[in-house]
Design a protein around this ligand. Structure first.
Ligand code: XMP
Length: 509
């Protein structure tokens, strides 16, 4: 493997991901790993990550120096580069000028560089550092500089050691991927043998080790993450896994059936489907306020799980579909727990579980390819994100079974037309909102109508933090509008939401 040594939470994961992207198997290890442990793993290369500290600070994380003598090629990134400089006879100082964000870098004309081979003389990279390397390690030559840093990178072709002050792993760095590939395949000569299969194999091994003989429970939501997590855990521990799917009555058309078909029929996973729709509709009666809806739904999820207790009592491990971005966002292991807890829709506090999170090192696209490899169908893998409270937050006004059914029909038309136009995968989300508390006048077949409008919402986004309204072709807008008004009773008007986020949010409530 390629070992990525972790000097500070988020960097290591992103580096490992970039290494995986070029199909090289990588493993993240803590910085206090010993030379013996490294040797036992027989790594093809080592990458030292960035970190939040200063190498000259007391208590700054360091590396077992005997690792430098193993003859394994090493790339240091940011903090990692400074550590190499400090440990191998160079110099790192605090000169009072840091570099943050986009920074122009210039290759040194006096030296050749394997990492920058075929790259232009000047390009821009992403920096985030305060200390500066003023002298490269003994035997290494500086290969680039910036306006502020004399040594923005260095290489030692003989010892196969290199350091870059910038972050080649972030997408803001021009040629970041080339720099990493050049290190792996040119300087370190790492063989290319990795496929997705290894991700699965590794995850399966890890889940088995963590779970042992214990019983595991998984709350399926119908979404991609919980589905792939369930399939992966099933691959690892088979019948020790029981899945629970709560039908809130607020799911999209066909969702319940898709889950049952996939998990019960195809995977033969023990699946408990709870039809709790009456319960959810009854707590939503008369509730109009969005947050009150969320609260009522969250609490009902807890009650439903409490009632299931006898059936899932012997389970002591809970599967969570936490992804890497959630891990970064919440920062710590403890914080991740609180958030993932919340993702399930809430489990009773009195039921305590150990968490197994087989996707915690993966990004969404990796999760999809793992799911696909495990045999999950596209209808689940390419399902757009769907809020936990379901259609309840897309019905403006009181939520009733009739209104949910109306919205489901309109929403299905949106999904069908978007699919026909080949746009499903390019949109982050596309859905219908029923403005149930408003009525507008219309005319159909010489009759006056007085019904509710449906709002069409379609957005593009990378991560739901920001979003733009999708420039849908007029013909698609047309067919959606025509079909909804013609086919869905109680709806006589369709409007398109052309608000980005911010200032709008993606959902209407
Ligand atoms: P907003 O509307 O805040 O939504 O722009 C951002 C993303 O989150 C989803 N969303 C939710 N997901 N529980 C969830 O699990 C919720 O209460 C909730 N509200 C919004 C939304 O669909 C979008 O993808």
């Amino acid at each position: 493997p390629v070992l990525v040594v972790d000097f500070g939470a988020q960097y290591a994961q992103v580096i490992a991901r970039r290494v995986r992207e070029v199909h090289v198997y990588s493993e993240i290890v803590p910085h206090d790993i010993s030379a013996e442990e490294v040797k036992a793993k027989n790594p093809a290369a080592i990458i030292l990550s960035g970190g939040p500290k200063s190498v000259n600070e007391d208590g700054a994380p360091s590396l077992d120096e005997r690792i430098y003598d193993l003859g394994v090629p090493i790339l240091g990134i940011c903090y990692g580069a400074q550590l190499l400089a400090r440990d191998l006879g160079g110099e790192v100082v605090r000169n009072g000028v840091g570099e943050y964000g986009r920074t122009g870098i210039r290759r040194s004309l006096a030296s050749t560089s394997t990492l920058f081979s075929s790259l232009p003389t000047e390009f821009s990279v992403w920096m985030s550092h305060f200390d500066a390397i003023t002298q490269a390690p003994v035997g290494a030559t500086p290969t680039s500089s910036t306006a502020v840093s004399k040594v923005a990178s260095f290489e030692d072709a003989v010892k196969k050691i290199a350091g870059v002050q910038f972050h080649p792993e972030v997408t803001h760095s021009e040629f970041g991927k080339e720099v990493l590939s050049n290190f792996l395949f040119e300087l370190a000569q790492v063989p290319k043998v990795w496929t997705n299969y290894s991700i699965i194999e590794e995850a399966v091994k890890e889940v088995r080790a963590q779970v042992g003989e214990r019983k595991v429970i998984c709350a399926l939501s119908g979404g991609v993450d919980s589905s792939v997590a369930a399939a992966l855990v099933h691959e690892a521990v088979g019948d020790q896994l029981t899945c629970v799917f709560v039908d809130t009555g607020l799911m999209r058309q066909g969702e319940v059936e898709a889950v049952e078909r996939t998990f019960r029929d195809q995977f033969s996973i023990k699946l408990i489907t709870v039809d709790a729709s009456d319960r959810f509709f009854s707590v939503l009666r008369g509730v109009e306020d969005p947050e009150a809806k969320r609260k009522a739904i969250g609490e009902t999820f807890i009650r439903v799980f409490e009632d299931l207790k006898p059936e899932i009592e012997d389970a002591s491990v809970l599967v969570q579909g936490t992804l890497y971005p959630d891990v970064i966002e919440s920062g710590t292991k403890t914080a991740a727990k609180i958030k993932s807890h919340h993702n399930v829709g809430g489990l009773p506090d009195v039921m305590s579980f150990d968490l197994v999170e087989p996707l915690r090192w993966l990004f969404k696209d990796e999760v999809r390819s793992v799911g696909s490899e495990l045999g999950l169908p596209d209808e689940i893998l390419w399902r757009q994100p769907f809020p936990g409270p379901g259609l309840a937050v897309r019905i403006l006004g009181e939520v009733t079974p009739e209104r949910a059914e109306t919205l489901r029909k309109a929403d299905l038309i949106v999904a069908e037309e978007i699919y026909k136009a080949g746009l499903t995968k390019t949109l982050w989300q596309s859905f219908a909102v029923l403005v149930a508390k408003v009525k507008t006048v219309g005319v159909m077949g010489d009759e006056r109508t007085y019904d509710s409008p449906v709002i069409l919402r379609a957005v593009t986004s990378e991560d739901a933090m920001t979003a733009d309204w999708a420039r849908l072709p007029y013909e698609v807008l047309e067919s959606i509008s025509r079909r909804i008004v013609a086919e869905v009773r109680g709806v006589n008007r369709v409007a398109y939401d052309i608000t980005s986020k911010p200032p709008g949010t993606i959902e209407w409530e």
